[in-house]
Every structure is written in structure tokens, then in C-alpha cells.
Design a protein around this ligand. Structure first.
Ligand code: GUN
Ligand code: ZN
Length: 443
């Protein structure tokens, strides 16, 4: 007998697609569970109760209210493992390169997030925008201001969303309005962490911005925080642009390479995630691999800022493989859409002489990213017991997509065409913890 909370509440019908494994390793057919006439039964508490072929659904569920999306894909919600909340409206700022972009546009915009009213209003827009793009969970850089992280946590809590964020720590080489100092940064991070980490679906990420804007003292305190709270994530930036790499080599003359700086301060770990990580040497890949650290590929940002071409073949699938996530990196990234992000990742892979299949891209954006964020027990697939974070994607959402589907003969064809041609227009509905948070009820 089910309890009231774990009892069934609703059925979501459509072409269900959910990954059990990485299609690049297991092969596409073994990695995916797909049912062209599928169903997900959602419990009252917002978790998945059952997923499979509608014809095999327990008969007791037949009378439940049903959102029937017909031929549309019903997938686990997309997960964005690297995005900047205080950059939510500054996409398409024309910097010459990363450091110019930060200095001319980004720090000025982030300075506004010290004002609670501004940050609180922005948090509502930001999270709703994620939902409108089918993203149900994210690892987010907030601004340097404690209050901005607080309002973001509150807005995510209201939405019952699995959000991981943290106050950015930065104490040098930036305007005063976006700088803290090592002690304040560490103290405020710990206060936030004690309040929010593990509260509902929220978790904390220790967030030194990068070695350009942190002194040795701040990196050292960040490492101590991570050691004291190893179940928190740690996020930072690594090896994104040529100018940045030169800058940190000058600032930390004792370092062997960029990765070595973070390594010296204990910041490499199985819960550490390094955004960009484009220009890594063999030694750096080796250290990241052996410490279980992860890297995050941000293709629309890397092409927009001219940072470089992340080589998925070498970094993710090379002789020292490093677990790799796929992220938008808004606002250096040019789209909130994980579909457009997949498309750009495909093009960057092609420029490196590599390939990404539709199956591989959708795996990365769902279960793959959930694993990187250490939340695959509760998100990333439609398995019973996980939260019903779901996106419904219409493969015929636009005339161009609809015409393309006339040629599609397989699930790979459909996923591939969505990777290349899809964006937020294809997102018909988004559910978080079983509740529809974007899109209309189907007829
Ligand atoms: N490196 C340090 N800060 C940032 C940022 O805000 N965006 C990007 N793309 N790279 C960074
Ligand atoms: Zn970033």
C-alpha cells in the first residue's frame, strides 16, 4: 500500500526517452530506454512512481489525470552545470576576449547584485527563464554578494528546484564593488552553506571565481572550506583563454601550469568542477583525471569569446579521461538553451575532427550532467524514485523541424535534428518535482 504522499497523482504521456548509461561507452541501444507510446506516473510527493510502455502501466493508474503529449518526447529535465546568475541579461556583450569582456561589461553588471531588490527580481526572471528552456536543475555562479546567493536560494526553494549555487569569492584584480576579502569570503560562504546546503533540494557550491581574481590567501581558505565540507561542490574556471593563462602564470610564478595552482590549494577533488578547461596539457589532464575532478564544456561561450575549441576526443575520451559536463555559461554563453548548446558542441567537435551523436548529446545534458553534479541518485533519468523533473520536447515544433522529421527514421535521427535545429521553441512543457512550471496543458 502506498502512503498518501507516495501515491500516484498524474500521468505524463508521450515518447519517453531516458538514459541508463553513456551511449558512447555502452552503445546507443543499450544506453537508452525509450517507449514511443510511453508514460511516466508521478506521485503526489513529486517523484516518479513508474516509467515504461503505456500498455504495461499498472491498471490502477488508468483513471489518473493525464497530460498526453502524443508524439512529443518526454525526457528527464535538462541540467545546466555552469551558468552565471548575475549575467542573466548581459548575453551578447561584445568583448575582445575573456578578460576584456569581464572588465568592460561583466563586473559592472554583477556589481548591481549587491542590491537585494535588484537581485531578488532577477532571481525570479532567471529561474523562470531556465524552465522556459527546459532546464530543471543547474549549478550556478552567483555574484560576490551574500544577499544575491540568499535570494537565489529562496527563489529556487519556492520552486522546489534542485539548485546548486554559491557566493562567488574574488578578492583582487576587479573593482571594489565586486570584491570581498579572504576572511569575509570564507565566513559568508560558510554561513550560506550552513543555512542552505541540504535544505530541501538545494546544495552549496564553494565558488572561488578563478585564479585571476583570487589571492593565494583566498584560494587557501577555499581549499580549507572544501576539506571541511567535502560533500559540497567546488566550482571555478580553468584554462579558458590565452590572456588568462598568461595572467595567472605571471601571478603564480611558482606554478607548473594553471591546474597546479588549484592543486596546491587542495581544490582538485571528486566534487570539483572546472569550467572551460580548453587548453590543458597532458599533465593537467592526468591530475584532473586521477583526482576525479570534472570539467565543463561551454561551447557557445568558447566560440563567442574566441576562447578556443574544447577537444572532447582528447579531454573526455583520451588516455587520461576527465568526466565532462556540457553547459551554457550564460552570459558568456549566447543561449540559455541546452539544445543550442548541444548543437554548438557538435560543431566544435567537428572542427576538431570528432563527432557527437544525438544520443550522446542528450545523455550529457541529462544523466551525464546529473553525475557531474553528484545528484544522479535523484535526477537525470525517469527512473522510479527520482524526482519528476521532466521536459517535453516537440520534434515538430517549427516548420523546419517538422519537415526534417519527414526524413527521420530512428530515435537517433530525431535527437540529432533537435540537437542541430532545436531551441526553446521546441520546449512544450517543463515539470519540476512533478509540477508543471512552464507550458500549457495539452488538449
Ligand atoms: N572566468 C572567470 N569569470 C568568468 C565568467 O564570468 N565567464 C566566463 N566565461 N569565464 C570566466
Ligand atoms: Zn563561467
Amino acid at each position: 500500500m502506498s502512503t498518501a504522499q507516495s501515491g500516484p497523482a498524474r500521468i505524463i504521456r508521450g515518447h519517453t526517452v531516458s538514459f541508463d548509461a553513456d551511449p558512447h561507452e555502452a552503445g546507443p541501444d543499450a544506453a537508452v530506454r525509450a517507449h514511443s507510446r510511453g508514460a511516466v506516473v508521478v506521485a503526489r510527493d513529486g517523484r516518479v512512481l513508474w516509467h515504461g510502455d503505456y500498455a504495461r502501466m499498472p491498471t490502477a493508474c488508468r483513471e489518473l489525470p493525464c497530460d498526453d503529449y502524443g508524439k512529443a518526447l518526454v525526457l528527464p529535465g535538462l541540467i545546466d552545470p555552469h551558468i552565471h546568475f548575475p549575467q542573466y541579461r548581459m548575453l551578447a556583450a561584445p568583448g575582445k576576449d575573456l578578460l576584456d569582456w569581464l572588465n568592460r561589461f561583466t563586473f559592472k553588471e554583477e556589481a548591481r547584485f549587491g542590491r537585494k531588490r535588484h537581485a531578488a527580481a532577477a532571481a525570479e526572471v532567471f529561474l523562470d527563464r531556465l524552465f522556459a528552456h527546459g532546464t530543471t536543475s543547474a549549478l550556478v555562479f552567483s555574484s560576490v554578494h551574500k544577499v544575491a546567493a540568499e535570494v537565489l536560494f529562496k527563489a529556487a526553494e519556492k520552486r522546489r528546484m534542485a539548485l546548486v549555487t554559491g557566493k562567488t569569492m574574488m578578492d583582487c584584480n576587479a573593482p571594489d564593488a565586486v570584491c570581498d576579502d579572504p576572511e569575509t569570503g570564507a565566513r559568508e560562504s560558510e554561513e550560506l552553506l550552513n543555512t542552505w546546503h541540504g535544505r530541501g533540494r538545494l546544495r552549496y557550491a564553494i565558488s572561488p571565481r578563478f585564479a585571476v581574481t583570487s589571492t593565494q590567501a583566498q584560494l587557501e581558505l577555499s581549499g580549507q572550506l572544501l576539506e571541511a565540507h567535502p560533500d559540497c561542490l567546488m566550482q571555478t574556471h580553468l584554462s579558458e583563454s590565452a590572456g588568462e593563462i598568461q595572467f595567472v602564470a605571471d601571478q603564480f610564478p611558482w606554478s607548473r601550469d594553471y591546474t597546479d595552482i588549484y592543486d596546491r590549494f587542495g581544490l582538485l577533488s571528486p566534487t570539483s568542477l572546472f569550467a572551460h578547461s580548453i587548453h590543458l596539457s597532458r599533465r593537467e589532464r592526468q591530475r584532473l583525471s586521477e583526482t576525479g575532478s570534472g570539467v565543463i564544456h561551454c561551447p557557445t561561450s568558447n566560440t563567442f569569446l574566441g576562447s578556443g575549441l574544447f577537444d572532447i576526443g582528447c579531454i573526455t575520451r583520451g588516455e587520461a579521461p576527465v568526466a565532462t559536463g556540457l553547459a551554457t555559461d550564460v552570459g558568456g554563453g549566447t543561449s540559455y538553451s541546452m539544445l543550442q548548446t548541444m548543437g554548438e558542441a557538435f560543431k566544435v567537435a567537428m572542427l576538431n575532427g570528432r563527432k557527437i551523436t544525438g544520443h550522446e548529446a542528450f545523455y550529457m545534458a541529462t544523466l551525464g550532467n546529473a553525475k557531474l553534479l553528484r545528484q544522479a541518485e535523484v535526477t537525470g533519468s525517469l527512473d522510479a524514485g527520482k524526482w519528476a523533473d521532466i521536459v517535453v520536447i516537440d520534434p515538430e515544433a517549427t516548420p523546419v523541424l517538422a519537415a526534417r522529421q519527414e526524413l527521420s527514421e530512428s530515435l537517433e535521427d530525431v535527437l540529432f535534428s533537435l540537437m542541430i535545429l532545436g531551441d526553446d521553441r521546441a520546449v512544450r512543457a517543463t515539470y519540476v518535482a512533478g509540477k508543471r512550471v512552464h507550458g500549457r496543458r495539452p488538449r
